[in-house]
Design a protein around this ligand. Sequence first.
Ligand code: FES
Length: 278
Amino acid sequence: MSIETSRVHKTAYDAETHARLTVDSDAIVARYPQARSALLPMLHLVQSEDGYVSPRGIAFCAAHLGLSTAEVSAVATFYTQYKRHPNGTYTVGVCTNTLCAIMGGDAIWEDLSDHLGIGHDETTDDGVITLERVECNAACDYAPVVMVNWEFFDNQTPDSARQIADDLTAGKPVVPTRGAASVCSFKEMSRVLAGFGDGRADEGVGAGVPTLRGVELARAEGWTAAEFPDATGSAGAGATTPTVGGEQSSAQRPATTPADVSPAAELKKQSTDDAKES
Ligand code: FES
């Protein structure tokens, strides 16, 4: 695979771009009590400019937030949504997590990878498509799922996924099966992820028929979730719903220590681990 020289960016932003990014970054920083908390959306912001987290983007974030470039790089390399080389106009993500995989995701991946001639996190020579294996997108009810710049394409097959890729390559519009009516570019999507909405968040249906099936069945049958226990540990009258940061909140739960684990439970865990390794 080759990356066009023109797509590799220089080492600093010009004055106009720097000024524009500074205004946007100030708006992001203003959302947080501490400036460094703005780093994640700012990395999306520089991706919206360069199509990846470029060296100059890292330098910009570091200077704006009073961090070292090493600190910014450490964060950027941790998350797969941050790209370390120029991304295609469209990220085509094939879910190959367990449910999608067994429903056909692995077959879609193999076919698409062969068809495009690229592997994971690689980009077609024309710069249109970056192909990725992606983890579960909480769309298992529509497995196997393909994402294009994080828009849903549900219930896919190798043929339908190949058609999406061919349309993208040909510059034809593709239509997600849920949510937004169209797919924006990687740079446009990155700007939305930086927190600058494009006004399209509520387009289309999010939760469809399979998604709502469980809750509709529960309503029809009169099923309800168990109540939370009250302060004495018993459910029922007096039971309270935990509030964020409250007693039943996981945020307030002390970390598990060896003292919390009974010898019997520890023995069972050990035998389970041994069985896995044998
Ligand atoms: S396993 Fe693919 S969306 Fe959940």
